[in-house]
Design a binder for this molecule. Structure first.
Ligand code: ATP
Ligand code: MG
Length: 232
């Protein structure tokens, strides 16, 4: 009980620190934009543009807020009582579907190997869906055109293995563990959108399902291996 309380307090502190640190930039920009809007003496459409920019920044800040709060909930074990039996293979297929056209438009390729009859796991459909789509999103967003992305589901013993791999630029050794931390984005990804919270969220969701997640080299590229127990 005491351990759990200490953990919750530490987690809350971490969230507060992260918010204080990382919200400063979008909030400062929003303030600047609003100030410009108030001081603008130009035509009304200038005012409109400034306010729209401010709203975009506000949306970005709110997205970070809600992700951090969700992470804190996940790490404290909330959602545990919202689990239900589900088929992870069908869930992965439905997550992949909307990405097919994006991948094609990007000049990338998607290959899948998904077992037709998959045992059920006890899981949270919304959270697992988000975890799978974060991994696919990473493979799409952090790799160039011509990249092949593979999504695989395999069954071994009492474990379902979900693997999302790509043959893109990969992640250097020193960052393989660090990318799971909040707000970590490697220099090569600075030009892309993103808050560096996707993998933190995936890890928290996998751990809630008593699973494991490991990143490894795909020579070239990244292999992300998620293992979920069939019997919880
Ligand atoms: N498949 C990949 N190939 C290369 N680099 C990757 C890959 N997946 C993740 N990364 C690196 O790890 C970093 C952290 O990933 P993470 O998903 O946590 O954040 P993000 O994708 O930048 O933002 P978001 O919060 O929108 O997910 C990325 O910014 C990128 O530098
Ligand atoms: Mg991501």
């Amino acid at each position: 009980m005491l351990d759990q309380n200490e953990y919750l307090i530490a987690s809350l502190k971490q969230v507060s620190n992260d918010i204080a640190h990382d919200m400063r930039r979008p909030l400062a920009r929003m303030r600047q934009n609003l100030e410009r809007a108030i001081g603008a003496h130009g035509p009304s459409d200038t005012m409109h543009e400034q306010v729209e920019c401010a709203i975009e920044d506000l949306d970005a800040a709110l997205e970070i807020f809600s992700s951090l709060l969700k992470l804190a909930q996940l790490e404290s074990g909330a959602w545990n009582n919202e689990m239900e039996p589900l088929d992870p293979a069908r869930l992965l297929e439905s997550v992949l579907e909307p990405y097919r056209s994006v991948i094609e438009d990007n000049g990338q390729r998607l290959e899948t190997e998904i077992i037709p009859a998959c045992p059920t796991v006890t899981g949270h459909p919304v959270l697992l869906r988000q975890a799978f789509s974060n991994l696919i999103e990473n493979a799409v967003r952090h790799t160039p055109d011509q990249t092949t992305i593979t999504a695989t589901i395999m069954l071994s013993d009492k474990t379902i293995t979900i693997e999302i791999a790509d043959n893109g630029p990969g992640i250097p050794d020193e960052a393989m563990l660090r990318v799971f931390d909040r707000f970590v984005r490697l220099d090569t990804s600075r030009t892309h959108d993103g808050n560096g919270l996707g993998l933190t969220m995936v890890k928290a969701v996998v751990q809630l399902h008593r699973g494991t997640i490991v990143l490894s080299h795909n020579n070239p590229g990244v292999r992300c291996i998620v293992k979920l127990p069939i019997e919880l």
